[in-house]
Design a protein. Sequence first.
Lengths: 394, 322, 324
Amino acid sequence: MSADTFDIQAVSPPNARHAVHGLREDDVAAGVGGNEFVLEVNDFSVDYGVGANMVRAVNDVSLNLRRSKVLGVAGESGSGKSTLVYAMTRLLRAPGVISGGNVTLTFADREDEKAFTTLNLVTATEKELRKIRWTHVSVVLQSALSALDPVLRVGREFDEVLKTHRPDMTKAQRRQRAAELLTMVGLDDDRLSRFPHEISGGQRQRIMIALALALNPDLVIMDEPTTALDVVTQREIIGELSDLRSRFGFAMIFITHDLSLLVELADEIVVMYAGEIVEHAGAGELYEAPRHPYTLGLLNSFPPLHGPRRELTGIPGSPPDLSDLPAGCNFYPRCPFKMSRCEHEAPTLTAIDGSDRSVACWLHSPDSPVPVPVELSRTAHPTRDPVTSSEERP
Amino acid sequence: MKTLRLPKSPKVILGLGIVGFFILMTVIGPWLAPYSPSATNFAANLTPSTHHWLGTTSLGQDIFSQLLVGARATMVVALVAGLVATILSVTIGVAAGYLGGLPDDGLSLLSNVFLAIPGLPLLIVIDSYLPVNSRSNSFVIGLIISLTGWAWGARVLRAQTMSLRNRDFVEAARIIGEKRYRVMFSEIAPNLLPVLASSFLFTVLYSIGAYVTLAYIGLTSTAVWNWGTMLYWAQANNAPLSNEWYWFVPPGICIALVGTGLALVNFGIDEFINPRLRAAGLTSRQRRKLGLPRRVRLGFTPVLHAAKTPRVNASPAKLASQ
Amino acid sequence: MIARRLSLYALTAWVAITVNFLLPRLMPGNPVQTMIGKLTGQVTPAEMNAIQLSFGGSFKQGLFAQYLTYLTQLFHGNFGVSITLGAPVGAILRESVPWTVGLIGFSTIISFGVGTFAGALLGWTRGSRLDSLIPTATFFQAIPYFFLGTVMLIVFASNLHWFPVLGAYSQNVTPGWNWAFVGNVIRYGELPVISIVFSSVAGWMLGMRNMMITMVGEDFVLMAVAKGLPRRKVIMHAARNAILPSIANLSLAIGLVVSGALLVELVFNYPGVGDLLLQAVLNEDYPLIQGIFLVITLTVLCANLIADVVYLALDPRTRTEAAV
């Protein structure tokens, strides 16, 4: 089902050592756990509740994230995007339960740059998880005001995380590191002695970002970090994130409902609907040449700042009820291009255009009775696609 | 108007059961009592027997009858005091919260002052100045108890009103021109009900304690039978030290049970007000069967070890096509 | 911020003082006048004078003049003379108040400590077997203080002889700041303190539990876990915030504890203010009643003030009124 195959370059160089946790031998042989991918998710499912009242919030999701790349996860509220990402790092709150699949994180040792360790987050113990948390995976939550302890000074948050994971640092060193981090995001280090409620929203969010980068993680997860901010600050922060990423080389997963933010920031975008991936493509491609009707709808909901005026269409209907999904395609009730096949058969995520792109829609299947609608067959300029950048497409 | 959900929590059901039982005792107790509580024609200091289920006092009175009859005064005074105090706290609290500004400042000050002055000493002082014949009037006693017990409810209701006042639906009512008192009555009041109920129960709890304490000290008239008076007589006749447990333990236990019942019901209301307090999900046995850890630990999302079930959508046709 | 609380307490003190002044005059039958009438001949003229002054001087003056006299007397420490004990009320209180303050102080500190700790644990480990503590604690909270005290006295002191029976210290020890005495006082204080703690701990426990559960649902606690902090530190994040309302509610709680503790003193024959109050009430010893009421109120207000200061120190959000 997943579009990824591993070609020869994906297998790690023979002289790199592997520490493998939670993987089977044949996984390792197949190249899973190689150091090209920082995160690999296979057939991952998450439920809320168990038994009769169970609701599946994420259904059989698979995706990979290459080192230092940015993956955008887009969708409406209730699409499962937050559930997916939090569950991947085992941070999902009750009554969430992981009901299947694997999530492997591959990271380099601190000492030996060439030694990579792979950990299956789904089977990891608490102790293992605590070790990789913040050191290799960190999180930036949506609202910085509620994410920071209101009775502690900001500096304490930095000090705490440095003390826990770098016990060899002295207090002065920690203070210095914290100051460094703040300078990195353009803040004065006097912020450290302030309380969260004394700092403005934009600055708070920058502090969260600085905090997330404190231990130079391999992966940073951003959960709608700019939603609560005004547009101008939003823009600034997105720009800074891009900058920081090129400087420090961390991979990023950026959750948002606003596709327009992802166009510049993300390398690849995954669009989710009703807990499943409906489209997976490079950012530029997705934006210019969407293939799934839902993606089209999302794009049309946001007026671009530049370019010709477009009619805003939005998406008719309301978000799906996860406990009462339609038979067949989840998007069927709201799809402007629906066919009769869509009503009874659920499409699976398949590769299209012979590339790394995939979409879950019968319109693009080779035996589709109708031609692909014009809106869904545009051509993208082959500039930003990270995998097949040199390929020309018709 | 939210639909009334029947309480499912065992705590709440138990609490309601206990309170219901004692309300029943209040109503039919005196009718059920085998003898008059004041009648002294029995042998003194009898231990429990079939004639006297709880034995007799030093004066030869039947303790069981005293218990049954005493329920009425105890419960009634507590309920009346609770009611009056709640009316006071609603009036003052809601007005303060809704009107804001200077009236709020004044009323809040009043509440804070009454809150800061310790209740029982104030009660004792007021009661000691009462002429003796007033002390036998349960209504008067209930009134002064409510005077010392309204402040907490007023503060809570004020806070709740203030948070409701700024909500959208209240704004909307104001904008379309609803009169102030109408807004207060039809928009704010229904949403105050849970907090009000909780406050009422808490006040009744306090009132029982206050009334029983006053009676125990001897500040109420001994002509009215209540559980506190029983304890007063028991103490005066040295029952505890003479090991006459059947005299002083039953009234104390009854008081404790009523209190516990009220508190348990309050739990239920708390859970209704604050959804986070509701117990989420499964019993520990169910969890164990599914391979889940007994307790959900924050930050360690559990992983189901049972075989993953495929997602079931509405129509069987989808299953058939898979 | 502190200035506001201070002025509130000053106001409350003033209200208490004024209530003390007005009450006897509001009651039907003018009890004070009757009392003074009855006393003539029973007390020395000097005492008579002191009593009359403590109530506001001659009744022939206007009400306001009496009020001023009353206030002046109060500030000079003239609380009147106790009818039953024949000594100035101030002197009597100076003897008993320390016992009461000590008893209530210790009990509250222990109860608060144990209660919030247990509550934090209960809130964090929600759904575990520990939850069975809740109905037990609720039950204990509903038992009147004096009843529990009596039962404990019977079971543990009288019958099991684990604790001494009555009083604050044994007869054969000389009072004073020596180790033997202090040790003895502690020994005699154990059961009363335990009794008060059992009666009051449930309130702290349940309040803290509820707040802890609320806190666990907050983002910053999730952050603490996401940071990979050891479990203890995560709990501290939640607990530090959860405890704030308990401290804010200390004022209400102290009032209840004081009320209950007075009765426990009665049960255990503790030489504090409780027994004095009861005797005064039964004997209609109004000067003493008034004096005790004032002292209790002022002590409670002081405790409230301390609690407020602690709260202000712990919650930084109270220091700056508006966020930037």
